[in-house]
Design a protein around this ligand. Structure first.
Ligand code: HDE
Length: 699
C-alpha cells in the first residue's frame, strides 16, 4: 500500500515538475544517470560561462541536433494507421498461393500510410496531387507491401523517366516555388513534351486529386501484377481498394481555403475517426486476367498509363481492411515505415511493366539513405511477424546480437543453420523471356489519348466542369504561352470540346477542328457521381447557435445525426456556453472564429428567434452559411433559422412553409416534423449538391 501511495505521490510531483523519491522513475541521461535539473545549464556562478563538464546539456542538445532524417524524396507528407485485413470465404486459392488471400480464418495485421506526392513534409494536405495509399500486410509468410496510389494510372511508362518527372513537378530549382503545387511551368513543359502523361493529367485535374477524406478514397496497385497458384500457374491481376464510405472529393475553392485553415485536414480526419471508433474500411478487389488473354485488350497490360475498364473485367471483392489504431509515435512509425514493391510473398509476383521494374530498384535504394543503413527492417514498424533468420550481419543501427559463429551458407559449425526452406519458399514465376538488349519503347505503348478520352467521356457534367476549371487554373499559372498551346494541342486529341473550353479560359486560340475523333466509349465506374452515397458516417456537422437557441432542435436533430454516425459540433461566437431559450445551458464545442465552414460537411441552424437575430448580425455566421452553400453542402434550417439562409444570400431555393422540405440539399422545417432529420441525413449522404447556382454566391 505504502509503495503505491509513494508512486502516486511521485506522479503528482512529476506533473508539478518536482523531484521524485530516490526509487521513483526519474528523468535520466541516455546512460541511465538520474538528472536533477534539466532547465539550467552548469555554469560558473550564476552569470558565468557554461561548462564542458555539463554532459547532460551536451547530450540533450546533441541528440536534438540530430533529430531529423531526410524526408522522402516523393510522398514526404503522410499519415498512417494500423488495422487488420480479412479475406472473404470463397477465396482466391485457385489463383494464388498467398495464404493471407486464401485463408478466411486468418487476421492479417496491416499498417497503411497515405501521402501526397509533391509537397514537403510540412506542406498542406489538401493540395491538388495524387495520394499515395501504401499498405504493409504483416503476413505469416512474410511482409507483403501493396504500394499504390488513389488513381489507377501513372504519369510515365518507364521507370527511367521518374527523376525527370519528379524534377518537373517539384518546386522549380532556382527559387523553390511553388510548394506542393502542380500549377507551374516546369510540370506543364514536361507534360506537353511527354504525351504519355495526358491520361494521368486528366485524373490529376479531376476531383480525384482533392479527396474529402482518406477514408473516401479508392486505392489502386496501378501496375498489372501476377498471382501464382500452388501449381505455378500465373494470372494477371490489378489490385483495387474500394472505400466503404464511397469516393468523395472537396471543392477546389474549398481545398485552397482549408490549406490555410487546417493544413492537417486529411490527417486529422483519419486520426479523429479512428479515435472516435469510426474505423475506415475498404474492400480489396481484384481484376483477374488469364495469361492467355494478355493481348486481348486494345492496349498493353504492361503499360501503367492504362487501366482495365471495370465493365470489361469486373473488380471482384476478395477481402476487407479496417484501420482501427493510431500510431503511438509519428516519427517511429509513420515516418520510419519503409514500403517496397519488391516485398512480395509466395503467390504474388511481378510482370515486365517497365515502370514496375524501375520501382523494384528504387525503394530499397532510397531507404538505405533515408533510414541510415541496411538494418531498417529491424525498426518495429517494419519488422515482419514471420521469423527472420539469415546471414546478414553488422551495419549501422544493428539491433540484433547474433550468436552463431558462422555467418555464411553452407556451414557445418552452426549445424547448417539457417537451413534452406523446403515447402513454403518463395519461387519466382517461371516466365520464358528471350530477346535482344535494346533501349526502345514497345509500339503497343503508343496510344496516349484513347483512355484519356474514355475518362473524359465517363465524367458527369459537374465533373467535366471541374476538370475544365482545373486546366484553366493550372495552365493559367503557366507563364510560357507556348507551353499552354502545347498542352491544348494534346487535349484536342482527347476531346475537341474540352480543348476549346480550356483554350478559351487561358488566352490560347481554340483549335478549329478536333485533333482526333472522340471514340464515344465510356466507363461508368470511373465517375464519382456513381459512388454509393448512403451513409453519413464520419461526416462533420456544424450547429450554429447563440443565446436564445431552441435547445430542443439541437437535441432531437443532433441525436439523429450522431446515431447515423456523424460528428456534431456546436459553434458560437465565443467558447464556453450559451443560454438556450428555455434557460438550459448549451455547451459550445468550438468558437466560430477558430473554425470555418470548409472544415465541415454540413450546417444546421436551429430555431430560436433571439439566437438567429444574433447570428444574422454576425458576419462570420453569415459567411459560414453562404460559403457552405457555395461549396454545395447540405444545410438544415429550422423555423427562425430560415432567416439566416436569406441573410446569407441563399436564394433560388424553395423553403418549407410548414413541415419539412428539401430543395437542392437545403432542408428546411417550420413547426414540428419528425421527417426533417432523415431528410437532412439524406442530403448530407449525397455529399455535395452541385446542381445549385453556386457561382452567384460571393463567398
Ligand atoms: Fe513511388 N517512390 N516510385 N510510386 N511511391 C517512393 O520510396 C518510385 C510509383 C508510391 O508511404 C519512394 O520510400 C519510382 C508508382 C507511394 O512511404 C521512392 C517510380 C506508384 C510511395 C519511389 C515510382 C508509387 C512511394 C520515396 C517509377 C503507385 C510512398 C520514399 C518507377 C503505384 C510510400 C520511398 C510511403 C514512394 C520511387 C512510381 C507509389 C523514391 C522510381 C507508379 C505510395 O523510392
Amino acid at each position: 500500500m505504502a509503495d503505491s501511495a509513494d508512486r502516486d505521490d511521485d506522479k503528482q510531483r512529476q506533473l508539478a515538475g518536482d523531484r521524485v523519491s530516490p526509487e521513483g522513475p526519474a528523468l535520466t541521461t541516455d546512460q541511465g544517470i538520474r538528472v536533477d535539473d534539466t532547465d539550467n545549464s552548469l555554469t560558473v556562478g550564476e552569470r558565468g560561462p557554461t561548462l564542458m563538464d555539463d554532459f547532460h546539456f551536451r547530450e540533450k542538445v546533441t541528440h536534438f541536433d540530430h533529430e531529423r532524417i531526410p524526408e522522402r524524396v516523393v510522398h514526404a507528407r503522410g499519415a498512417g494507421a494500423y488495422g487488420q485485413f480479412h479475406v472473404y470465404d470463397g477465396s482466391l486459392a485457385e489463383f494464388t498461393a498467398a495464404e493471407f488471400l486464401t485463408d478466411p480464418s486468418l487476421t492479417t495485421p496491416v499498417f497503411v500510410r497515405f501521402s501526397t506526392v509533391a509537397g514537403s513534409r510540412g506542406s498542406a494536405d489538401t493540395v491538388r496531387d495524387v495520394r499515395g495509399f501504401a499498405t504493409k500486410f504483416y503476413t505469416r509468410q512474410g511482409n507483403y507491401d501493396l504500394v499504390g496510389n488513389n488513381m489507377p494510372v501513372f504519369f510515365i511508362q518507364d521507370g527511367i523517366k521518374f527523376p525527370d518527372f519528379v524534377h518537373a513537378v517539384k518546386p522549380e530549382p532556382h527559387n523553390e516555388i511553388p510548394q506542393a503545387q502542380s500549377a507551374h511551368d516546369t510540370l506543364w513543359d514536361f507534360v506537353q513534351l511527354q504525351p504519355e502523361t495526358i491520361h494521368m493529367m486528366m485524373w490529376l485535374m479531376s476531383d480525384r486529386a482533392l479527396p474529402r477524406s482518406y477514408a473516401m478514397m479508392q486505392g489502386f496497385g496501378v501496375h498489372t501484377f501476377r498471382l501464382v497458384n500452388a501449381q505455378g500457374r500465373g494470372t494477371f491481376v490489378k489490385f483495387h481498394w474500394k472505400p466503404k464510405l464511397g469516393t468523395h472529393s472537396l471543392d477546389w475553392d474549398e481545398t485552397q481555403k482549408i490549406a490555410g485553415k487546417d493544413p492537417d485536414f486529411n490527417r486529422r480526419d483519419l486520426w479523429d475517426n479512428i479515435e472516435s471508433g469510426h474505423f475506415p474500411e475498404w474492400e480489396l478487389c481484384v481484376q483477374l486476367v488469364p495469361e492467355e488473354d494478355e493481348h486481348r485488350f486494345g492496349f498493353d497490360l504492361l503499360d501503367a498509363t492504362k487501366l482495365i475498364p471495370e465493365e470489361e473485367v469486373p473488380a471482384r471483392p476478395v477481402g476487407k481492411m479496417v484501420l482501427n489504431r493510431n500510431p503511438d509515435n509519428f516519427f517511429a512509425e509513420t515516418e520510419q515505415v519503409a514500403f517496397h514493391l519488391a516485398n512480395v510473398v509466395p503467390g504474388i509476383d511481378f510482370t515486365n511493366d517497365p515502370l514496375l521494374q524501375g520501382r523494384l530498384f528504387s525503394y530499397l535504394d532510397t531507404q538505405l539513405i533515408r533510414l541510415g543503413g541496411p538494418n531498417f527492417p529491424q525498426i518495429p514498424v517494419n519488422r515482419p511477424v514471420a521469423d527472420v533468420r539469415n546471414h546478414h550481419r553488422d551495419g549501422y543501427h544493428q539491433m540484433g546480437i547474433h550468436q552463431a559463429r558462422s555467418a555464411y551458407h553452407k556451414n557445418s559449425l552452426s549445424g547448417g543453420c539457417p537451413a534452406i526452406a523446403g515447402d513454403g519458399a518463395y519461387t519466382h514465376y517461371q516466365e520464358r523471356v528471350d530477346g535482344q538488349k535494346i533501349r526502345k519503347r514497345s509500339e503497343s505503348f503508343n496510344d496516349h489519348y484513347s483512355q484519356a478520352t474514355l475518362f473524359w467521356n465517363s465524367m458527369a457534367g459537374f465533373e467535366k466542369e471541374h476538370i475544365v476549371a482545373a486546366f484553366r487554373f493550372e495552365l493559367g499559372k503557366c507563364e510560357t504561352m507556348s507551353i499552354r498551346e502545347g498542352v491544348v494541342r494534346h487535349l484536342n486529341h482527347v476531346d475537341h470540346e474540352l480543348a476549346v473550353q480550356v483554350a478559351e479560359g487561358i488566352g490560347v486560340a481554340a483549335p478549329a477542328a478536333a485533333g482526333s475523333p472522340n471514340h464515344g466509349r465510356s466507363s461508368p465506374a470511373l465517375s464519382q457521381a456513381n459512388a454509393p452515397t448512403d451513409t453519413i458516417e464520419g461526416r462533420k456537422v456544424a450547429i450554429l447557435v447563440a443565446d436564445g437557441v431552441d435547445s430542443g432542435d439541437i437535441a432531437s436533430v443532433g441525436e439523429a445525426l450522431v446515431d447515423a454516425g456523424a460528428v456534431c459540433e456546436v459553434l458560437a461566437a465565443k467558447g464556453g456556453e450559451v443560454q438556450a431559450a428555455n434557460g438550459a445551458q448549451v455547451d459550445v464545442t468550438k468558437a466560430m472564429p477558430t473554425m470555418a465552414s470548409v472544415l465541415y460537411d454540413a450546417v444546421l441552424i436551429p430555431g430560436g428567434p433571439e439566437s438567429v437575430r444574433a447570428l444574422k448580425a454576425d458576419g462570420l455566421a453569415v459567411h459560414f452559411v453562404a460559403e457552405a452553400f457555395k461549396h454545395g453542402k447540405a444545410i438544415g434550417a429550422i423555423d427562425a433559422g430560415i432567416e439566416l439562409l436569406e441573410r446569407a444570400g441563399v436564394t433560388g431555393v424553395r423553403v418549407a412553409s410548414e413541415g419539412a422540405l428539401t430543395d437542392q440539399g437545403v432542408v428546411t422545417r417550420r413547426g414540428g416534423d419528425p421527417g426533417f432529420a432523415n431528410q437532412l441525413i439524406t442530403a448530407i449522404a449525397a455529399h455535395r449538391h452541385w446542381e445549385r447556382d453556386r457561382d452567384s454566391v460571393p463567398a
